[in-house]
Design a protein around this ligand. Structure first.
Ligand SMILES: Nc1nc2c(ncn2[C@@H]2O[C@H](COP(=O)(O)OP(=O)(O)O)[C@@H](O)[C@H]2O)c(=O)[nH]1
Ligand SMILES: [Mg+2]
Length: 273
C-alpha cells in the first residue's frame, strides 16, 4: 500500500479531506489505482513483474488461470497484500473481466504477468487519465513505443486488424492487440465486456470508441517475455479478433437501422454516425 500524504492545510481544514499520493516529482493524485494481472503459470516471471510496480499502487489483483505451477504462492510471498482471484472460465478475456470486478480502485491498470510490461510506465497512463482521458491505451507503435516480443507475422496481423478497426469505427489507433492499458472504472459500465480470449483488448478498443469515450494512446515498450512461451496462437487468435471486429460492425449497422426506423431512438455519444 502506498504512502499517503495530506496537503499542508488539510490537517486543519475538514473540507479538504482528500488523500494525495505522490506519483512523480511533480504530480500527486487522489484516486486509488488498482493493477490487474492475468496470470497463467507465470511463477518464474512474477518477481520481475512485481519489482517494477510503483509503491503508490492501491492494490494488486492477480487473476489466476488455474495455474499448475506456484503462481499463487509466489505472488503471495512477494506481496502479502495481493488480492488473488480465481477465474471462473477460461481465457485472458475471462480473467480480465473477473479481475475488473474485484478491483476497488477508481483507476484500473491492466498489466501482463510475463515480464513484458514495465510497471514504471504506469505513471504515464495514470497521468493521462487524471489529465482528462477516459481510457489510456498503450501503443507499441506510437512515437516512443516499441516491441521486442512480436514476430513479423504478429506485427503484420496487428497492423492489418488495426487498419480495419480505424476504417470501420473511425478510430486513429497505432496499435490494437496490446495488453497494457488503463482506464477509469466508470468506463466498464459503458463497454459492458463479454468475451473470453485474446480478443479482449480489441473489444475494449472498439467499444470505447463506440461509447464516445476520450482515448489517449500512451507510447509503451513491450519487452521479451522472460520465462515460458506465449499462450497466443497468431492465426487462431487473429481470427477471433477479426470475428469480434465483424460482430461489432454488424451490431453498429443494426443499431443504425433501428435508429433510422424508430423515432424514439436517438444517437448518443458517437454511438451511431
Ligand atoms: N488468468 C489467465 N491469464 C492468462 C490466460 N491466458 C493468458 N494469460 C495471461 O495473459 C498475459 C498475456 O499472455 P501471453 O501468453 O504472454 O500472450 P502474449 O502477450 O499475447 O504473447 C500473461 O500474463 C498470461 O499469463 C488465461 O487463460 N487465464
Ligand atoms: Mg506476452
Amino acid at each position: 500500500m502506498s504512502s499517503v500524504v495530506r496537503p499542508p492545510s488539510s490537517g486543519q481544514d475538514p473540507f479538504l479531506a482528500a488523500d494525495f499520493r505522490p506519483i512523480s516529482s511533480h504530480l500527486a493524485i487522489t484516486p486509488p489505482v488498482s493493477v490487474v494481472i492475468p496470470a497463467m503459470n507465470e511463477a518464474e516471471n512474477l518477481p520481475y513483474v512485481f519489482k517494477t510496480l510503483p509503491d503508490w499502487i492501491h492494490e494488486v489483483v492477480l487473476v489466476d488461470g488455474n495455474s499448475t505451477d506456484d503462481t499463487v504462492d509466489v505472488a503471495r510471498s512477494l506481496r502479502p497484500d495481493v488480492k488473488v482471484v480465481e477465474q471462473r472460465g477460461k481465457g485472458k478475456g475471462d480473467a480480465l473481466i473477473t479481475g475488473f470486478e474485484a478491483c476497488t480502485g477508481d483507476i484500473i491498470v491492466m498489466v501482463d504477468a510475463d515480464g513484458s510490461a514495465d510497471g514504471g510506465e504506469i505513471v504515464s497512463y495514470v497521468s493521462a487519465l487524471v489529465s482528462g482521458a477516459d481510457f489510456a491505451k498503450g501503443s507499441r507503435f506510437a512515437n516512443g513505443g516499441g516491441t521486442d516480443d512480436m514476430t513479423f507475422v504478429r506485427k503484420l496481423g496487428n497492423w492489418a486488424l488495426c487498419t480495419v478497426v480505424n476504417r470501420k469505427f473511425g478510430a486513429r489507433y497505432t496499435d490494437l492487440c496490446y495488453g497494457y492499458n488503463a482506464f477509469w472504472r466508470h468506463c466498464l459500465d459503458k463497454i459492458d465486456l463479454d468475451c473470453t480470449g485474446f480478443e479482449v483488448e480489441t473489444l475494449m478498443n472498439i467499444r470505447v470508441v463506440k461509447a464516445g469515450l476520450k482515448v489517449q494512446e500512451i507510447p509503451s515498450h513491450e519487452y521479451l517475455r522472460i520465462h515460458g512461451t506465449s499462450n497466443l496462437r497468431a492465426v487462431r487468435d487473429g481470427l477471433r479478433v477479426l470475428k469480434v471486429i465483424l460482430k461489432e460492425r454488424s451490431n453498429r449497422r443494426d443499431l443504425r437501422r433501428r435508429v433510422h426506423h424508430s423515432p424514439l431512438l436517438h444517437t448518443g455519444q458517437g454511438e451511431v454516425s
